[in-house]
Design a protein around this ligand. Structure first.
Ligand SMILES: [Zn+2]
Length: 313
């Protein structure tokens, strides 16, 4: 009897210990993710696609400054339930309202708005560990509303690693995936920017390789965009993100390493000028500082909506 009791205590200790180890491993993995990045993949044919839509033009002269689309998009939220069949992850109905309100504020300058037309649940809790290559094809083929923007809310995006969200560019699925705890911040706006065709400010449309999924390396700027905006010396319409009113962004920097919304000295461009990235732009990784799109970004998205996204209700 005594032996049984000791055996039970040892087993209990082992269970508790393995729980602690698992928790520590999870914490480490979370930190190993390094930064809260974006999992959107820029299509390999992005530059060709962009040229076919707008070319390398000044977006402010392409559309009127105050182009008003008067377009309302329907959004269907799909919440992956937890193992207790609850929304989980701190997600509430108010979170969804906040998300819609934030999107509406961000897109107001071009009179684009969003409406939560329905909220559905996906009762398969394992999908909360979301792998883009595995979970996404299963879920989007079973839970998907045609001609609307489908937003999937999950606990953790395991792949792409470290991503808090990702979207599909025009021509892809009408889908955005976001971690539940990122729904209230600027992630939905950032992903909607991709959904309407924007790349990151640190991406480079002149390069043959999509750079969005490259792990950032501060010593190697991803962009070949020059800092200068002088008409004769600039390359901002052909390099970087293709806009001249977004400053050249040297890399996908986690803001935690910076002073609040400032930018400490960093690398220089090919002309030996210091980068001064647009930390306030929604398409950067300077997450706590993100609060705006530029006029060219708005006009580009307006153009994309008019030519590529009007099939959406
Ligand atoms: Zn992104």
């Amino acid at each position: 009897m005594k032996q049984t009791k000791i055996l039970f205590q040892v087993l209990l200790l082992l269970v508790v210990w393995s729980g602690i180890v698992t928790a520590q491993t999870n914490t480490l993995q979370h930190h190993a993710a390094l930064i809260d990045r974006c999992g959107t993949e820029t299509p390999a044919n992005y530059r060709t696609w962009r040229n076919s839509v707008v070319g390398n033009r000044n977006m402010v002269t392409t559309l009127k400054h105050d182009t008003c689309l008067n377009k309302k998009f329907s959004v269907v939220f799909y919440v992956v339930l937890d193992s207790n069949y609850q929304w989980g992850g701190g997600l509430t109905a108010a979170s969804l309202t906040t998300c819609i309100n934030n999107l509406n504020n961000a897109f107001k300058p071009i009179c684009v708005s969003f409406m939560n037309c329905s909220t559905a649940v996906i009762p398969n809790f394992p999908y909360n560990r979301w792998y883009k290559t595995v979970t996404d094809p299963i879920v989007t083929s079973n839970w998907y509303t045609d001609k609307t923007i489908n937003i999937y809310l999950v606990d953790t995006i395991k792949l792409p690693s470290g991503a808090s969200g990702y979207a599909y560019f025009p021509g892809g699925k009408d889908a955005i995936v976001i971690e539940k705890n990122a729904i209230g911040g600027t992630t939905p706006i950032h992903e909607m920017g991709h959904f309407f065709g924007l790349v990151h400010t640190f991406d480079d449309i002149s390069g043959p390789i999509p750079t969005s999924t490259v792990v950032p390396n501060p010593s190697q700027p991803l962009t070949t965009e020059l800092v200068t905006r002088s008409v004769t010396g600039r390359n901002c319409y052909t390099n970087g993100d293709g806009f001249c009113d977004t400053d050249a962004d040297c890399f996908s920097q986690s803001v935690s390493a910076l002073a609040p919304c400032g930018f400490l000295h960093g690398p220089k461009d090919a002309s030996n000028e210091y980068f001064i990235p647009p930390v306030d732009n929604y398409m950067t990784y300077y997450k706590p500082c993100r609060c705006r799109f530029t006029q060219e970004q708005y006009n580009f998205m307006a153009n994309v909506i008019l030519t590529q996204r009007l099939y959406l209700h």
